[in-house]
Design a protein around this ligand. Structure first.
Ligand code: E4P
Length: 218
């Protein structure tokens, strides 16, 4: 399973990259706004910097257009920033049409804002490289986000769709593990749940004891 970090914060992207486990980055307009990146030139420069940090990993850059022609124009500009840019397109009618166009023109896409298996089916049919079910937001509305990952995984396996399931809207380390069990190809998470995977009290207790005993023969 691939690990992406879900942030536009350069320090956090560097930290995850230096850990040696990072396969890519996802961003969205809210995450860019959180970093105070304003204006098209600054936003595009920020994407280029992220691509330079992760070097070989995919970096999702989201369109803010919502009509077919505008999505195509914006997506082409985003894809031209760096070869690792993945054009992130919302799950709307014009978005699906645009994903088909990008697929036919060799531009990789990530279909975002996916909340049902039917939407995931459409994204795969249109040829999206990634589909992003938002599992945390599904849990927030009293549905089971991880169950959706299982459902999409079954459908994609049954029909051998190549679209990768990119579990998004991750809220906890347990979400990451559950998504791995459910068959996600990728999990995109903020830094904290990724670092949370390191933690186990028995590791801390065991290490303290080993270091204490090591003093006996130092
Ligand atoms: C990723 O592609 C999504 O934009 C992101 O995971 C959404 O997460 P949120 O529900 O925490 O905003």
């Amino acid at each position: 399973m691939k690990f992406f970090i879900d942030t536009a914060n350069l320090e956090q992207i560097r930290e995850a990259h230096e850990l040696g486990i990072l396969d890519g980055v996802t961003t969205n307009p809210s995450l860019m706004a959180k970093e105070g990146v304003k204006g098209q030139e600054a936003v595009y420069k920020h994407y280029a910097t992220i691509c330079d940090i992760v070097k070989t990993g995919d970096v999702s850059a989201e369109v803010i257009s919502t009509t077919f022609n505008e999505i195509i124009e914006e997506g082409k500009k985003l894809a031209a920033i760096h070869p690792n840019i993945i054009v992130k397109v919302p799950m709307i009618k014009d978005g699906v049409k645009a994903i088909r166009w990008f697929t036919d023109n060799n531009i990789a896409t990530n279909c975002t804002l996916v909340f049902s298996a039917g939407q995931a089916l459409l994204a795969a049919k249109a040829g999206a490289k990634y589909v992003s079910p938002f599992i945390g937001r599904i849990d927030d509305s009293n549905w089971d986000g991880v169950q959706l990952i299982e459902q999409i995984s079954l459908i994609y396996q049954t029909y051998s769709y190549k679209t990768e399931i990119l579990a998004a809207s991750i809220r906890s380390s347990l979400h990451i593990v559950k998504c791995a069990e459910a068959g996600a190809d990728v999990v995109t998470s903020p830094l904290e749940p990724i670092l949370g995977l390191l933690k186990h009290p028995l590791t801390d207790i065991g290490l303290a004891k080993f270091l204490e005993d090591a003093k006996k023969f130092a």
